[in-house]
Design a protein around this ligand. Sequence first.
Ligand code: MN
Length: 518
Amino acid sequence: MTDSKTEFAHVKIFDTTLRDGEQSPGMSMNLKEKIEMAKQLERMGVDIIESGFAISSPGDFLSVKTVAESLKNCTVASLARATAPDIDRAWEAVKGAADPRIHLFIATSDLHMEHKLGMKPDQVLEQAIAMTKYAKKYCANIEFSAEDSTRSDMDFLAKVCEGVVAAGATTVNLPDTVGYSTPEERYKFFMSIQEKAPSLTKITLSCHDHNDLGLGVANSLAAIRAGVRQVECTVNGIGERAGNAALEEIVMALKVRRGEYRADTNIITTEIMRSSNLLSRITGVKVQPNKAVVGENAFAHEAGIHQHGVLKNALTYEIMTPESVGLKENNLVLGKHSGKHAFRDRVVSLGYEISDAELTVAFEKFKVLADKKKRVYDKDIEAIIAKESVQVPKTFMLESFVINSGNTITATAAIKLNRGGKSIEKVARGDGPIGAAYAAIDKIVGKQLELVDYGIESVTEGEDAQGDATVVVKGESGAEYSGRGLSTDVIEASINAYINAVNKMYYAEAEDVISGER
Ligand code: MN
């Protein structure tokens, strides 16, 4: 082994949860949620956050701009097609960032050039170079992506790479847009393109791998082995179709197999679980239990022989510790006699920064919970805080509910909600207690809402555990809104989840008015 091989490379983590991730079905986030997620990504040590596609909608523009202005250290990028209006808009959105980046792209495969762009290769080459130069006038930090690069002609792709680097691109990303590659191909691809376009070795080379064949992470690791120093990925692997390479899997593979890949990242791995949980809370989409690194069973040892081994020495069956990804024991922390100071200390030690006003609200919720539940765990507190911190304005609030239900009668619900200080009560019937309650809320709201998804699970174990209800509601415009509700009473949790989704719908509509979408 030569000396240069003993050095560890640095791999930048480019997170596109808010762009590639957010544009996938059921993953849309409102402005407040995007800012909360972006702050958590920054806390986790992500190098670059792609916070949206500024020209795609006024709402997207506003969220890219607000995220750019809210972060202190991260590079913030906006995606842009390789056209002047797209680049103008991207710059307008990111220019307030500590380190702004314009990320422009154009397709380079024959299939995309002919059928999508209707352009000849020479025109694409010319456009890529001209637009890189155009973006460079605004911003020093320019990323160029060759869309569908893995199905592009290598000699043509090399010409494009040489051209955009000469024009000022500081990062060149060669994505496997359709998730077709294999790890062996991905390695050869990056080795070959660096040989054909040597200027790529002077800038940051990047990969972006989709997971259509379940190979996204493996392909990104192969790319790193071939000299790639920026990886584009998402929390929980969300993204178009089967998703993107999962951030947590790449980071932990590099960490656990450090000797093998000889590369480090800036990620604070103990923040991984919180990032994963926050995203699930915001979108209402849970990860599968057997998901690597962040799944509920990722560190559960079920087989007796495994449990016996782990108890004697964790290394027998554990290649990484649960603590290393931020998974904590279910600690008994507080009870009904705990004061506000103790509560604040616990919240701070869990890593949350909340305002005094938010703390007061959260403490009230904690007291109510502690009255109902003997033992309040870290997970309960995290559930309260995480819910509060992404809370939208409460257009509607639950005042009271009475439900009459049984297996020999039709369920009826009387729901009283408060809107702007005024109580509104309606009664409705339904197939069951929850259906009846939702029908009554629909009457109060006065809109035709459709329940798309509903789920409930417990935050911790035990009979007095809190129920954590998740709903997805479709509004009259066809847009979907997720909502969550917490309570030791599952009916109340379900009602709160529905009200939360309705409030998000009102918030999104108000946001569209501000950004000029309607
Ligand atoms: Mn993508």
